[in-house]
Design a protein around this ligand. Structure first.
Ligand code: TPP
Ligand code: MG
Length: 357
């Protein structure tokens, strides 16, 4: 196991919730921190409920975000109201921060195409499963905005594995050459399914890859929400005002299996996981809030009860809605269905009709 690199790591709060860089706190109000804490907790509860629904056959395959809540929520809150966000598939917290309704994401992972519709006005692209492809979408949106003279920024989020895709190189190169208002965030959670990050790249850090494209790079403790929020916000501000693209590496860890279809114990030992158990992003902010902002057990209990009820309400809305018609699986790929899919569709409709008789 390679030793974790601390090279150029930006940190505001250490794993015990102690502030190591006071300057970053100036621009953050207490209410902002409470919102960060609320959203991270909501994301974790939403996620664990989804995992449990999956185990009961009430949800499809799901990618757990446990451990990455600070990277998620920090990114989402850092975006400006007019900015665009291009997520991959492990960004629930960022999407919630952007106003995406959590029951819609249950719908998406439950296999209902209607859950993939972005919320009107949210400027969030649909979930992108194809690793790395949406970095090009982000560069394209940013290019369009620049041509139109709009002062907005675009951010993509993808994993360490995406940095080995050609799309990553093309997007960063294009952004550098055309000076696009785009920030590429990489959630380095140390794994791409069973491939560890040291087999993904020979570079010491992912952030230093920015250098090759002539864009700015930053490396942040991705379990420190204040560092994530303040660094990403600064990068977005400069992208927006000066058309300067950036690559930001958020160093975090995937605490669960890759998805519910995976079993990480086949390739990851307990010893690998252990150092990250003491770096939990939610515990860290709670320790800080308790020490400096009067957070206590009673407030904690109240918040968890309130958020648990919100999650239960989401489950009700997800499961209570009428099911989509089965022929929906043929929609949204072809403007005109090819003959073999038309035949399959007819066959399915026939079966559904027979079953209903
Ligand atoms: C182009 C492409 N190749 C392969 C896959 C299968 N696949 C899904 S997730 C994944 C690993 C992604 O790892 P990473 O980018 O680090 O993101 P993480 O899952 O860790 O969030 C792979 C190989 C895919 N979805 N798209
Ligand atoms: Mg990864």
């Amino acid at each position: 196991m390679k030793e974790e690199s601390n090279k150029d790591l930006i940190q505001v709060m250490d794993p015990d919730g102690r502030i190591v860089d006071k300057s970053a706190l100036k621009a953050i109000k207490e209410s902002d921190m409470l919102e960060m804490y609320r959203l991270m907790n909501f994301t974790r509860l939403w996620n664990s409920k989804a995992l449990s629904l999956q185990r009961q056959g009430r949800m499809g395959t799901l990618a757990s975000v446990r451990g990455q809540e600070a990277s998620n929520v920090g990114m989402g809150l850092a975006l400006g109201p007019e900015d665009w966000f291009c997520p991959s598939f492990r960004e629930y917290g960022a999407m919630f921060a952007r106003g995406i309704r959590p029951e819609e994401l249950y719908r998406y992972w439950g296999g209902d195409e209607r859950g993939a519709r972005p919320l009107e006005g949210s400027r969030v692209m649909p979930v992108c499963i194809t690793v790395g492809s949406h970095l090009l979408h982000a560069a394209g949106i940013a290019w369009g905005a620049k041509i139109r003279g709009e002062r907005i920024a675009v951010m993509s989020s993808s994993g360490d594995g995406s940095t080995s895709q050609g799309d990553f190189h093309e997007a960063l190169n294009f952004a550098g050459v055309f000076k696009l208002p785009v920030v590429f965030a990489i959630q380095n959670n140390h794994w791409a399914i069973s491939v560890p990050v040291e087999k993904q790249t020979a570079s010491e850090t992912l952030a230093e890859k920015a250098c090759a494209y002539g864009i700015r790079g930053a490396r942040v403790d991705g379990n420190d929400i204040i560092a994530v929020y303040s660094t990403v916000k600064k990068l977005l501000d400069v992208a927006r005002s000066d058309y300067r693209p950036a690559l930001v590496e958020l160093v975090t860890y995937r605490m669960d299996d890759h998805t519910t279809a995976d079993d990480a114990s086949r390739y990851r030992t307990k010893e690998m996981l252990a150092p990250w158990q003491g770096k939990d992003p939610i515990d860290r902010l709670r320790k800080y809030l308790s020490a400096e902002h009067g957070w206590d057990d009673q407030k904690e209990k109240g918040l968890i009860e309130e958020l648990t009820a919100e999650v239960e309400q989401c489950v009700k809305e997800y499961e209570g809605a009428p099911h989509p018609p089965p022929e929906q699986i043929f929609e949204h790929t072809y403007a005109e269905l090819p003959w073999h899919l038309r035949e399959e569709r007819e066959e399915l409709l026939q079966q559904v009709g027979d079953a209903e008789k």
